[in-house]
Design a protein around this ligand. Structure first.
Ligand SMILES: NC(=O)c1ccc[n+]([C@@H]2O[C@H](COP(=O)([O-])OP(=O)(O)OC[C@H]3O[C@@H](n4cnc5c(N)ncnc54)[C@H](OP(=O)(O)O)[C@@H]3O)[C@@H](O)[C@H]2O)c1
Length: 513
């Protein structure tokens, strides 16, 4: 494998961390994947590693050890991974896997069995000799959260989590990171009993998306937006993460989390912090994360009696989707008929600082909405006086950050319709990633895996950040529990319940992307 160059050499725009990365090379290391026979490993992790290999970004001697219970051989493991790369990898990565298959070995053990970690340690020592990985290890917890505790304890007990001079040990923790502030704190305590914070990489794959990183580039690499980026000029911000799918066979899992835990606590809160944060002193991990935490700290917890007026929760009912009839949430497999778990939530959040004092942030996320789309809409205030069309109010200007699909940025503004009359119509300036930059966009996991190998934590959530996001979400969940209101309903395939409009007030409306 080639020595990595700066990621921009792959043709991907790379707004964050270039400074940090310049002059740094990824050191040879072993990635140990706990849960290596699972879905995430096959669908995301190994195809993403092969994307990095294709772009020459993996360090020489890089190796992967898969840890799980099934009695697989090295060869069986490789065959399974090869089919995952073929099915889910970027183009031309199948050949990369064939060339690198020897780098993948399987380690059969139970997470709870200390002997499995002693034998892992021996295996890693052998790999250091055979592949020159120099004692550098990354442990990826691609397992159900219930397994984290025994893995962390065993890594600490065997000394595998310890950093040695010139050797790194890191841990990557998957979402969900807790299910409320108590469990997140307890998990942070467990993680920190084995690893120091700088060794910990908490995944929120939204942060690995180019378009999410581009929020910082748009704001801080340009002079024209930042002077307007405050409550004097911005009327409000809408952040939407919509899914067209229902809960499918994951009804049992979803019933325990709801959309607020599954999407809002992590992805929407992360996007919110990037939109609302102050310019960081530098692009180092802590400088960026310090500013993100300040945003969350400026959002106060809701009192239970405030929750019904600042939030809306709802469940989808039977409807028609693409010409097919689809189940309502309470008819889905694994969902009780009297469920009150929300499949849609909309919130009005106030960031109580000087920049945002009078600008509300509206967040919404739901399943079975008409389209799969993630976007941030920055809606500007009207001009102080309307001179056109008899003083009729104009459509507000909107800066639209399209996170996915159709990635790009658009600005909506009024223009004169050609002709003798003075009539104004909305037009758009549009930047599209697909048109402006050639080449396939890397999957978010590629970027995050590379950054963990480089030791750059900028795009990972810090412990305090996760806890602050839970604090806000917990106060909403507590209000819902106490409220006599049941969740609203919306027909599958529509943009959510009518009551969501009441959240906006002042003649505002939700965008229909
Ligand atoms: N799948 C995704 O797309 C996705 C996306 C985002 C986040 N995540 C998160 O990623 C994590 C893993 O998800 P997944 O879908 O890959 O789960 P999964 O398919 O259920 O895989 C679980 C893995 O853990 C192993 N395992 C469980 N208990 C074990 C034990 N006692 N000893 C040894 N191995 C054990 C299983 O191995 P054996 O079966 O061989 O025992 C299997 O390899 C979860 O936290 C999930 O929330 C997943």
């Amino acid at each position: 494998m080639a020595t990595p160059t700066a990621p921009s050499a792959s043709g991907h725009p790379n707004p964050l961390g270039d400074e940090l990365r310049a002059g740094r090379t990824a050191k040879p290391c072993v990635l140990v994947i706990f849960g290596a026979t699972g879905d995430l490993t096959k669908r995301k992790l190994v195809p993403s590693l092969m994307g990095l290999a294709k772009d020459g970004l993996l360090p020489p001697g890089f190796a992967v050890v898969g840890f799980a219970r099934r009695p697989w051989t090295d060869q069986g493991f490789r065959t399974e991974l090869a089919s995952g790369v073929k099915q889910f990898g970027r183009s031309e990565t199948t050949a990369c896997f064939e060339a690198l298959a020897d780098a993948f070995t399987f380690h059969q053990a139970d997470f709870a069995d200390p002997a499995g970690y002693e034998s892992l340690k021996q295996k890693l020592d052998q790999l250091d000799k055979a592949r020159g990985t120099g004692g550098n290890r990354i442990f990826y917890l691609a397992t159900p959260p219930s397994s984290y505790s025994s893995i962390l304890q065993n890594l600490a007990a065997t000394g595998l989590s310890k950093e040695q001079p010139g050797r790194f040990a890191r841990v990557i923790v998957e979402k969900p990171f807790g299910r409320d502030i108590e469990t997140a704190r307890a998990l942070n305590d467990q993680v920190r009993a084995a690893f120091k914070e700088r060794q910990v990489f908490r995944i929120d794959h939204y942060l690995g998306k180019e378009t999410v990183q581009n929020i910082l580039a748009l704001r801080f690499a340009n002079g024209i937006f930042e002077p307007l980026w405050n409550e004097k000029f911005i009327d409000h911000v809408q952040i939407t993460v919509a899914e067209s799918i229902g809960v499918g066979s994951r009804g049992g899992y979803f019933e325990e989390s709801g959309i607020i835990r599954d999407m809002i606590q992590n992805h929407l809160m992360q996007v919110l912090t990037l939109v609302a944060m102050e310019p960081p002193a530098s692009l180092t991990a802590d400088a960026v994360r310090d500013e993100k935490v300040k945003v969350l700290k400026a959002i106060r917890s809701f009192r239970p009696e405030e929750v019904d007026s600042a939030t809306v929760r709802a469940q989808y009912t039977r409807g028609s989707f693409g010409g097919e009839n689809v189940n309502g949430y309470r008819d889905e497999e694994g969902v009780p008929k009297d469920s009150v778990t929300e499949t849609y939530a909309a919130l009005r959040l106030q960031v109580d600082n000087w920049r945002w004092a009078r600008t509300p942030f509206y967040l919404r996320s739901g399943k079975r909405l008409p389209r799969r789309v993630t976007e941030v809409a920055i809606q500007f205030k009207q001009p102080p006086l309307s001179l056109f069309e008899g003083g009729k109010p104009m459509q507000p200007n909107v800066l639209l950050l399209r996170i996915q699909p159709d990635e790009g940025v658009a600005l909506r503004f009024g223009a004169k319709v050609p002709g003798p009359d003075v009539r104004i119509r909305d037009v758009r300036m549009d930047f599209r990633y697909g048109t402006a930059f050639a080449g396939e966009t890397a999957d978010a996991y590629e970027r995050l895996l590379l950054d963990s190998i480089l030791g750059d934590g900028t795009l990972f959530a810090r412990g305090d950040e996760v806890e602050e996001a839970w604090r806000i979400v917990d106060s909403i969940v507590a209000g819902w529990k106490q409220s006599p209101r049941r969740p609203e309903e919306y027909v599958a395939g529509t943009w959510g319940p009518d009551r969501a409009l009441e959240l906006l007030g002042d003649g505002r409306s939700w965008r229909k992307p």
